[in-house]
Write a protein that binds this ligand. Structure first.
Ligand SMILES: [Zn+2]
Length: 101
C-alpha cells in the first residue's frame, strides 16, 4: 500500500508538493503575515517553495491576497523574500557542510 502524503500547492509556481518541501506562511492576529519556520503555530496558512523565485511569482500574481483574502503590502512581500533568502542560504550552507566525503 502506498502511503498517502499530504500535498500542498505552492502559491508561487502552483506545483503540488509535500508539506515537508514547502514553507508555511501564516496569517496571525497579533503578528500579521509571518513565515512560520517551525510549522507549529496556529493560524491560516499558505504554502510556498523555500526559494525567493516562487515568492516573486506569488507577489506578481498576488498569491497571498488570494490565500488570505486580505490586502498584502509590498513591504510584507519584501520582508518575506528576505527571510526566504536567509533560509535558502542556511540550507545551502548545511548541504555544503554535509559533504564529508
Ligand atoms: Zn513554488
Amino acid at each position: 500500500m502506498a502511503k498517502k502524503i499530504p500535498m500542498r500547492q505552492c502559491i508561487g509556481c502552483s506545483e503540488m508538493k509535500s508539506k515537508k518541501e514547502l514553507l508555511r506562511i501564516l496569517r496571525t492576529e497579533s503578528e500579521g503575515i509571518i513565515l512560520d519556520a517551525t510549522g507549529r503555530k496556529n493560524g491560516r496558512g499558505a504554502y510556498i517553495c523555500p526559494n525567493a523565485e516562487c515568492l516573486k511569482k506569488a507577489k506578481k500574481s498576488r498569491g497571498l491576497e488570494r490565500s488570505f483574502k486580505i490586502q498584502v503590502s509590498d513591504e510584507i512581500y519584501d520582508s518575506l523574500t528576505k527571510e526566504i533568502e536567509r533560509i535558502e542560504k542556511s540550507v545551502r550552507n548545511a548541504r555544503n557542510g554535509d559533504e564529508s566525503g
